[in-house]
Design a binder for this molecule. Structure first.
Ligand SMILES: Nc1nc2c(ncn2[C@@H]2O[C@H](COP(=O)(O)OP(=O)(O)OP(=O)(O)O)[C@@H](O)[C@H]2O)c(=O)[nH]1
Ligand SMILES: [Mg+2]
Length: 316
């Protein structure tokens, strides 16, 4: 039987507008070149399977306002970065370099695949690009970092297998080593109605009624949407003590509270997997809850799930 919930490795696809990010994401999903019709307006999230590993691709919009709004959060959260460059457009190179180095600063560890795209058009040579980006300085920042540049054409598919092959090899489950110390998990409806929760500590946070947490997060989300604008459903609240991370799906949400030593990427993967599991197993219960306010979930839902799926990651 196919596993119902699997760990997905988060990957940020970044690059300026028109670079070919969405073209890459669609190619990875469908295996073919599909002409994109519109620029990405925010973030598109796709799950793709590459060499038996599941990757969650964050296809980020490349327009300047979108870069400023979203890139940092997603680059930080990702375990791998794909930086796409339109090598046929010399006029934007300075901007490319600037944003490339911002990404490296935001995430010192993730492997980076650089794609010099549109090799089917007249384009800058890879060696010139390497000089321009100052790629030789990447290792000064972190001698352990994996990075490589490939000249590709997303349109023709040239060199893409090689590039993705290299990248997926670098991405082999880094995940299994990462640890998370959980304080609590909260499952709730997007309207803030609690479904299930589990708390792992009896410290200060224990003074809170667990059922209040979703309502509070809902209110906070509403507040943020009002002040900043609607969010795409993934937010991390970071405090000196730790993280509160919320993941939004259509019918259900999950918040994970961890200490600050915990790996936020792994926390997010746990939350995503948990939601996938809940959605696929309890779809009926969720709609019952939404319609009739009735609760029919197994008592140890959360702990059973964690022990079965993330025993090597979660410190109980
Ligand atoms: N000639 C050529 N055109 C390409 C290639 N890859 C992408 N394009 C075209 O470049 C344009 C932009 O591609 P997108 O994938 O939408 O670019 P993007 O990086 O997602 O852009 P934003 O969403 O605005 O950030 C589209 O018209 C693509 O068909 C390529 O390898 N060669
Ligand atoms: Mg796009």
């Amino acid at each position: 039987m196919e596993e119902m919930f699997e760990k997905r490795i988060p990957i940020a696809i970044v690059g300026l507008e028109q670079a070919g990010k969405t073209t890459l994401a669609t190619r990875l999903q469908t295996g073919k070149f599909i002409q994109t019709i519109t620029p990405t307006k925010g973030i598109d999230v796709e799950t793709v399977e590459i060499k038996e590993n599941l990757f969650q691709l964050f296809d980020l919009g490349g327009q300047k306002t979108l870069r400023e709004m979203f890139w940092q959060t997603y680059v930080k959260l990702s375990q791998g970065i794909i930086f796409v460059i339109d090598s046929s457009d010399m006029s934007k190179l300075d901007e490319v370099v600037e944003w490339f180095w911002k990404c490296l600063e935001w995430n010192h560890n993730a492997p980076i695949l650089i794609l010099a795209n549109k090799a089917d058009l007249a384009h800058i040579e890879v060696d010139d690009l390497i000089n321009k980006i100052k790629l030789d300085q990447v290792l000064q920042q972190n001698p352990q970092r994996s990075f490589r540049i490939f000249e590709v054409s997303m349109k023709k598919g040239t060199n893409l297998d090689e590039a993705i092959g290299w990248f997926s090899q670098k991405m082999m489950p880094i995940l299994s080593q990462k640890k998370v110390r959980l304080r609590g998990i909260y499952l709730y409806l997007p309207t803030g109605i609690p479904i299930a929760s589990h708390r792992f500590t009896s410290d200060a946070s224990g003074e809170f009624d667990a059922d209040m947490v979703p309502g509070f997060l809902y209110a906070l989300d509403q507040f943020a949407s009002g002040v900043i604008g609607p969010s795409e459903g993934l937010n991390t609240i970071s405090t000196e003590q730790g993280y509160i991370l919320t993941v939004k799906r259509e019918g259900v949400m999950c918040a994970i509270v961890t200490d600050k030593e915990s790996d936020p990427v792994t926390s997010r993967v746990i939350a995503e997997s948990f939601l996938t599991y809940v959605e696929s197993t309890f779809a009926k219960s969720i709609s019952l809850l939404r319609q009739k306010g009735k609760l029919v979930f197994p008592k140890n839902l959360i702990v059973d799930f964690l022990k079965q799926e993330f025993a090597e990651n979660v410190i109980f």
